[in-house]
Structure formats: C-alpha cells, structure tokens
Ligand binder design. Structure first.
Ligand code: MN
Ligand code: MN
Length: 464
C-alpha cells in the first residue's frame, strides 16, 4: 500500500523546524503570563480589554462615526464576556468568521453569608461552580479573587493569595490515621459540597461575645477593606488554586496551570484576531461566561449577547437596522467553537478509544461531535464544513488532529457549539486537548497552543 493512502497523526515536535520550535516556546511564555493575570472571568475580560486596546481596538459603545473595512472594535458585556471584531471587506450580511471560547472555569464560590465560627476557627462557607472532583480542592493553597459591592456603591476588587507575601486559604483534609471510615466510602460520597470550607482565621477577639473568632476576622475585614458582613451578600468571591502557571516536564514541553479550560482557547483566539489585518470576512472573537454551568444568564452564550453586539455592528457599519440583515449575517457565518477536549491520559487510557482520541502535542483538535450516549446534545458538524476547515489547515501548515470526548458510552460533555448553530451558521468544535481537565492543574502541550493560534489565525484570515 502506498504511504499517502494511510492517515497518521503527526507529533508536532517532529514536524517543525528550529524557527518554529522557538516560536512555540516563546508563545508559551506570554500565555503563562496571561494565565497568571486572568484567573477569573472578570480578570480575563479585563486583561483582554487592555491587550485589545494596546492593539488599536476601540470600544464599540464609544464609536460615533461610521465603521469601515479594517476597523477594529470590541464590546464588553457586564465585565464578564466580550466580543472583539475586525471589519472585513465583504458586506457583513455575507457572514463573518467567528472563534468562540469561554472565560469561566470550575472553582469554589463563597456563599452570600460565608463566614461561620466552628470549633474556635472561622471558616468560609462555599458553593462550588462547574464540574469539579471535590477532593481536588482539599489540601491545596487557595487564593480569593473577586468583587464586593459595598453599601456606599463602591466596588472593591479583591485578590488575596497570589503575592508570595499574601496569606492563602486551604481546606484541611483528614489525616490517614483517622480516615478508616472515610476510606470505605464511595468517592462521590466522601465529601459533600457543604464540606468544602476553607480556614479563614483562628484568633479570637477580646470582646465579651458569642463568636469571638468570627468577630475578630470581621474587624480585620472592616479595617482592611471597609467591608461589613452584609456587604458580602453583594459580592462575587471565587476561590481558585493559588499557584502560578508552570512548565511541566524536564523538556519543558508542557504547561501546568489552573483554568486552561478554556482560557487556552480564549488566549490563542485573542492572539489570532489581534494579528488579523484587513480580512475578507469580518473576524469575530467571542469570549463567553457561564459555559461551565450551562451558558445561562445575560453573560452566557444562551443569551442574546452575540445578536445584540452584531446588530450594533451592522448598524454602525451600514446604517441598516433591519432584523433581516442580522439574520442573514448570522446564518451565513462560520464558527469554530473553541473549547478544550480530553487528551489521552497514559494513566487512564481505558476511557478513550485509542484511534479516535486526541493526543497531547498532536495538533489543534477538531471534534466533529461532543454529547453523550447516542451523541445526545451534540452539534454533529457537517462533512462539508469539516472538509472546508481541514483544507484551510492543510494549506496553511497547521498540524491538526481529530478527537472525540471519550469512548462510546463512557460519559461525555458539550460546549457552546450548539447555541451558535441555532443561528444557522456552520459550527465545529475545534480546540486544544488537555490532561486533567477541570482539575486545579490542567496540563497542555506548548506545541498544541501555538498550533491552535495558527489554526484560528488561518481560519479568520482565509480569503475564499
Ligand atoms: Mn470548556
Ligand atoms: Mn469545562
């Protein structure tokens, strides 16, 4: 059989020259810096806005003149989601090219009444966000990020635990010596959600008072931030792992960090749109919030946020405010749902089917369908569209692979793909594969990260 008939996955490291090898390594340094500044959805949007502004993008809400081809704009929704656009030469009703990622990650949120005194400690009461394995969050250093709206209307920004001199928080685990009963339990029953309570403090106040430790920590909160207990009701405070993004492996080929699902696709998509000049079709980067809890709310993909922003864009570009123009623009568009997939984990290889599993370092991952069971809930992408994307990648030397989310009936999941598809546009899942997805230390390949950037760029920039 002649060799060209057979398909084989390519390991990127064996298929790039020295120049591209260096580009891969340099790209990863900037990505790690981005991750360290973007540990929550708000921080990701803030960091993205400053990068876009430096690259000449203007706030859509402040545009007064008519927009024209080549113009670069962005819109922020509630400080938690964002749409960036570079206007193309073609009329917008011909459709745009969209890369859509999400900026929220699984984490532990504080409850509205979070401070409790129990057995001479103050503890934080929490409610986890997104799909977590609860045991991951015990015995690790946690940092507190977020905002508190005080009664005077001032929004306090909180980041505690990132500077090496900061204190951190931690959920103390049970010692193995006394864990006999615990070890006999099913893993899903060992920790309840209510058990995820980090240590907040242990010094009691000198006042004659019922809850001396809680009283003292509330005094500290007031001294440092002017926050009273009621202010914590109007707050969004998120506990995330307190560590920085690190190189993984003696060869430094991988990155270990919290929140790579899905800031890895957010960052590579962002770098791609920042490098696009004068595209044929308008380039769009969508960074959505709330994907991990079902894309609900007015910052999630299930809202009208994309329609609202595109309506404004079409109006500022052509003066057209008709619903038909918006519908045509949406339906004629093409989208990559840029989200992560599971890479084959050498310690757990039995949950995937080896021929169809994504592998770390084998390229940007095209996922034809997600879903679970009999493809339930999947946006099963059309052969024609997958062929179109494959051709773009092949003609731009983008090393890509096909992946599926686990073997048949093993489990499953979804992305924002099906919500984009509701507009009539062609959509395919296309992102980066990770080890340890949804854990505090997700692992990616530096080679895949660079290849995803190249893939998103060539998709946004294609001229036919
Ligand atoms: Mn994701
Ligand atoms: Mn996820």
């Amino acid at each position: 059989m002649s060799n060209h008939l057979k398909y084989e996955k390519k390991n990127i490291w064996n298929n790039v020259d020295q120049t591209e090898h260096e580009k891969i390594m340099n790209f990863a340094e900037n990505y790690k810096r981005f991750l360290n500044n973007a540990k929550t959805e708000r921080e990701t949007v803030n960091t993205t806005v400053s990068m876009l502004s430096d690259a000449g993008f203007k706030d859509l809400n402040k545009i007064e003149n008519q927009l024209k081809a080549g113009d670069k704009v962005f819109a922020v929704i509630q400080n938690k989601s964002l749409v960036a656009m570079t206007i193309g030469e073609e009329n917008l009703t011909e459709g745009f090219n969209l890369v859509g990622a999400h900026v929220d990650s699984p984490r532990i949120d504080l409850k509205p009444h979070p401070v409790a005194e129990i057995e001479q400690f103050s503890l934080l009461k929490t409610h986890y966000y997104g799909g977590i394995k609860k045991y991951h969050w015990l015995a690790v250093p946690l940092a507190l990020h977020g905002v508190v709206m005080r009664s005077d209307g001032f929004l306090i920004q909180v980041v505690i635990g990132e500077d090496p001199s900061d204190p951190v928080f931690t959920i103390a685990d049970l010692l193995p010596h006394l864990a006999k009963d615990q070890m006999d339990k099913k893993m899903s029953k060992v920790f309840t959600g209510e058990d995820l309570r980090p240590l907040l403090s242990s010094i009691p106040s000198n006042e004659q008072n019922e809850e001396k430790v809680k009283t003292y920590v509330l005094e500290l909160l007031y001294e440092k931030y002017g926050i009273i207990e009621e202010d914590l009701v109007s707050a969004e405070l998120e506990l995330v792992p307190a560590w920085m993004a690190r190189d993984v492996g003696l060869d430094r080929s991988m990155i270990g960090a919290y929140g790579q699902d899905d800031r890895i696709c957010a960052y590579t998509g962002l770098k791609a749109i920042m490098d696009i000049e004068n595209p044929l079709k308008t380039s769009v980067l969508l960074l959505a919030d709330k994907e991990e809890i079902g894309s609900v709310g007015n910052t999630g993909m299930d809202s009208d946020l994309l329609e609202n922003v595109m309506s404004e864009l079409i109006y500022l570009y052509s003066g057209n405010d008709s619903n038909l123009a918006l519908r045509r623009a949406l339906a004629n568009s093409s989208a990559l749902s840029a989200d992560v997939n599971a890479a084959l984990n050498p310690n757990f290889s039995d949950v995937v089917e080896a021929d169809n599993a994504a592998r770390l370092g084998n390229g940007i991952c095209i996922t034809k369908y997600t879903g679970s069971g009999g493809k339930k809930g999947a946006n099963d992408s059309h052969a024609e569209f997958l062929g179109f994307i494959r051709n773009i990648y092949n003609s731009n030397n983008v090393i890509w692979q096909s992946g599926e989310l686990g073997k048949v009936d093993q489990g499953g999941g979804g992305t924002i793909a099906y919500m984009l598809a509701e507009y009539g546009m062609n959509v395919i899942d296309c992102g980066i594969s990770l080890l340890g997805m949804h854990s505090p230390m997700e692992v990616s390949s530096k080679a895949d990260i660079y290849m995803a950037y190249k893939g998103y760029y060539s998709f946004l920039n294609h001229k036919y």
